[in-house]
Design a protein around this ligand. Structure first.
Ligand code: C5P
Length: 220
């Protein structure tokens, strides 16, 4: 892999949803398919990088000869896997849809239904990307933002607050963009407010665009 744009680089990518257990058979989760993160991982490997992919529950797979796949379930497990590898990597892309909250109590046995309604107490999960930003040394750190209002402004705030080098804004206003689907429409924003908007593309194409933007900045 000598001479490829990411030769000698190690990248960490988070993907998919997290599942937050309530009891042995139930969880809180979301509809993230993991596709964007898996495409970013495959592209990075093709560009010559060593890749660690930390993924929540998905139906996807990768060639584990070329990509180190760490499967986790909860946000806490994703947090631990990311921090374990953070010192060794050059680029991080946080594409996972991490649950912001988890059930405060996890029942050891399947919860029985009772008369009347049920209230579930939730506690905050750690913000993985924020914690990596706080630890950042020389890593190039990229986040995702899914906003429904004041998109650019909120994405820029997030970039600053989490100490990122760039953020990928998913445009939800556009048909075919974002969660679950096979296409996406993004805006790439760097920490110097350099902004590039792309058209509606397939997720493999979007992954190429994102890597092109990152590579031009880490080699600059
Ligand atoms: O703050 P918000 O959830 O909108 O930020 C989205 C970005 O932060 C994504 O890159 C996501 O992967 C990351 N994130 C995280 N840990 C969380 C929440 C979000 O790493 N608990």
């Amino acid at each position: 892999s000598q001479g490829l744009p990411l030769s000698g680089k190690k990248v960490l990518i988070t993907a998919g949803p997290t599942h937050e257990p309530l009891d042995p058979v139930r969880f809180l989760g979301n509809r993230s398919s993991g596709t964007m993160g898996f495409e970013l991982a495959k592209k990075a490997a093709n560009l010559g990088a060593k890749v660690i992919l930390v993924s929540g529950p998905t139906n996807l797979s990768v060639d584990e000869e070329t990509i180190q796949l760490i499967r986790i379930t909860s946000a806490q497990e994703m947090y631990e896997a990311c921090h374990e590898h953070f010192d060794d990597v050059d680029v991080v892309i946080a594409a996972a849809a991490v649950a912001d909250y988890r059930p405060k109590h996890v029942a050891q046995e399947k919860m029985k239904k009772k008369d009347g309604d049920l209230q579930i107490e939730l506690e905050r999960n750690p913000d993985i990307l924020l914690s990596l930003g706080a630890r950042k040394d020389n890593q190039f750190l990229v986040g995702f933002a899914l906003e429904t209002e004041n998109e650019l402004e909120n994405a820029k705030d997030k970039l600053e607050r989490k100490n990122l080098d760039a953020i990928v804004l998913n445009s939800l206003k556009d048909d075919g963009a974002g969660f679950g689907g096979s296409t996406n429409k993004i805006t790439f924003i760097d920490k110097n407010s350099g902004i590039k908007t792309f058209g509606l593309k397939t997720k493999p194409e979007v992954a190429s665009d994102i890597w092109e933007e990152i590579i031009s900045r880490i080699h600059a």
